[in-house]
Design a protein around this ligand. Sequence first.
Ligand SMILES: [Zn+2]
Ligand SMILES: [Zn+2]
Length: 290
Amino acid sequence: MGNRGKHVIDSVHSSGRLETGLGSPHPMGAREPPVKITLVPSAVDGRGEEALQFLTSYLINETVGIDCGALGQYRTPADQSRIRHVLLSHTHIDHIGSLPVLVENAYEGKRDCMTVHGSPAVLDCLRRDIFNNRVWPDFLSLSTPEAPFLKLATLEPGRPVELEGLKITPVPVNHVVPTFGFIIEDGKGAVVISSDTGPTEEIWRRANETPNLKAIFLEATFPDSMTPLATVARHLTPVMFADEVRKLSRPVRVIAVHIKARFHAEMVKALGELGLSNLEIGRSGKTYSF
Ligand SMILES: [Zn+2]
Ligand SMILES: [Zn+2]
């Protein structure tokens, strides 16, 4: 893992690489680059950075994925094989859809394989609904000690995991299925990825206690005209989004993600009218620096 010293949080189609000092020393005299986070593109029109986001995934330091909506469509099998860990927030298809493809692309027949992390509900879904010899071959049963396809690891609420120089804390959020948001720390800075959630509390409480919080990626899914649906589906509208941002005790960059593509223009307009000074509209393929 020659890239362990690089701490990049990016998404599929990341164009830049983040390097920070988190977790490992830098060469003498090397300037510590900022942390960069790229939103993985999933609306493929070949023009590079795109406003629309159909599927959700982020890639950190090229070796850790958060969700897998589009990671299996990312770059090349060689690049995908560098992804050592994938943490899944929840079981909805826009967050796990390309996982079977990723596991297949990344497979190198080596003892050291990818580990997929999730709550018990997520891992149960993978076993029963994905790797079940119907939707996809049962890569778990097909794995041998010498050449496993993947390993599963259980995430527990509030219990950090240390992966590739990052400390990642899963925090339950308010969605229709068991869902984790994530607080990602590298020793110098922290970023929150909310995942899918309606109004929630614990992740903001923890975020307010986290030193050097730089940014949050916060979902905004439905327009305010669809508040009843947002409430039932446990997502946020722009008005609800602003209420969540106000739970932060410090001003940080706020990046709106998970905007339903068919309402994108309406949502961007409404989000812009909220008066949030630190607001940015997430762009798939963009690398964010913190
Ligand atoms: Zn969801
Ligand atoms: Zn979603």
